[in-house]
Design a protein around this ligand. Sequence first.
Ligand code: GLN
Length: 305
Amino acid sequence: MIDYQAVIDRILAEVRNLDCRGRVADYIPALAEVDPNHSAIAVDMLDGRSFRAGDADVPFSIQSISKVFTLAMVFPEIGEELWKSVGREPSGNPFNSLVQLENEHGIPRNPFINAGALVVTDRLISMYPRPKEAMLDFVRSLAGNDDIYFDSRVATSEREHADRNMSLAYFMKSFGNIHNDVERLIDVYCHQCSIAMSCADVARSFRLFANRGVNPADGRRVLTESQSKRLGAVMSTCGFYDESGDFAYRVGLPGKSGVGGGIAAYIPGKLSVAVWSPGLNSYGNSLAGIEMLERFTTDIRRSIF
Ligand code: GLN
């Protein structure tokens, strides 16, 4: 029997000793000021056991991990039609790239690059009169934590530095692929990026995917088993932008990263895992976070492959 607590304690200690800190995101002051020495691992088993190491209860900015939550809200509503507005292929480009959109007629490659996430959030706005509240309710219900909040300082400075995301949104609107007001869309998108959650919260919320679409916290089915499978497939091919192939090679799990330094991943039918280390590599993924996850799947000898 695997001693998960011993495994994650050892990995955290080992990785803290390595010189793999990376660069903290600095496009907004609220992220640039985060202490790069934070590190954490949280594991939640579907049998109810949970394991924590390091700063697992310290909230951080989930950033692009939120793109999975918005997709999990929109996909069941729109169904397969969604893939007419956003693709499901890796982009091979950075997360905020504009280059493919013109040739591909305003249809983003996948829902996890910024352009694709903006389309998904646009559809979320069409679904809910109060989309920000709906989003917060959703993640709170998954994590079983009503204290999860929007970090208003992060949201405000995201909004002040949103020129590129505004460009993506206006450009897609010119192709008819954004339906709502762009200012409103960017406001909601900046808020989703600013959601603050701890590693423990993120791991708990990703049990939804490990549990094939049923939220273990309340037994409610959120995604059909097929939708959960499909969402996992997109995470494993596109969850780490143009580093998705390398993540599959090294870690072998579906997952999603954010520029706050968090990564969430899971093993279907078994467990969810979240790691946090704010230093990023050149792809915008947590450098030590990937290292921790590679050691984790190697140690427990489980992955999806
Ligand atoms: N707020 C960031 C952006 O929109 C999120 C990017 C990320 O986490 N990769 O550019």
